[in-house]
Design a protein around this ligand. Sequence first.
Ligand SMILES: Cc1cc2nc3c(=O)[nH]c(=O)nc-3n(C[C@H](O)[C@H](O)[C@H](O)COP(=O)(O)OP(=O)(O)OC[C@H]3O[C@@H](n4cnc5c(N)ncnc54)[C@H](O)[C@@H]3O)c2cc1C
Length: 161
Amino acid sequence: MKVKDMTRQESMEVISSGHLAHLACCKGDRPYVVPIYYALDGNCLYSFSIPGKKIEWLRDNPHACILVERFRDAQSWKSVVISGHYQELPDTGQWHQERIHAWSLLERHANWWEPGGLKPVSQPAQSYHAHVFYRIDIEDITGRAATPGEPWGREARQLQD
Ligand SMILES: Cc1cc2nc3c(=O)[nH]c(=O)nc-3n(C[C@H](O)[C@H](O)[C@H](O)COP(=O)(O)OP(=O)(O)OC[C@H]3O[C@@H](n4cnc5c(N)ncnc54)[C@H](O)[C@@H]3O)c2cc1C
């Protein structure tokens, strides 16, 4: 297997061709990661949630890390790591239009709202007004891709023999 760094453009193509990611946030020295759906537009990933642990933590500390991956098999995969900044899009004044925009991007995928809009049945239902739309502004991005093949060339094969 060979691993190479991807360019920013290659990494952005991986993000734009999917909509499932893992979002990590941090409180003190404690990390927390959950799967989320997203929609990419420009330099932002948009997503939707209802209040809970990740939203509380991101309100407190807006630094986020997002992992997007494409896994075909153990020798063929792409993986993109994004460092970004959380920006909530409340249904007020300057944010209203962008909130509607986020909604319109996310609703292109069937059942986009369900995983983020439902809590375990033991918890009380949330009202519409509790729905949180937010974006993660991409600050830094790295990508790696693996393909099948010899990792080091002829010299390494001779060493192994
Ligand atoms: C394919 C997929 C897509 C999803 N898309 C979205 C999305 O777009 N938006 C969104 O908000 N959520 C999405 N979810 C659900 C998400 O992963 C979280 O479960 C949910 O957002 C609740 O997170 P919270 O921090 O508000 O947890 P809370 O409801 O506040 O609960 C916190 C507690 O529950 C545990 N917990 C929370 N979520 C999970 C989990 N997934 N697995 C195991 N333990 C958990 C935590 O460890 C913590 O102890 C998706 C899940 C999947 C599998």
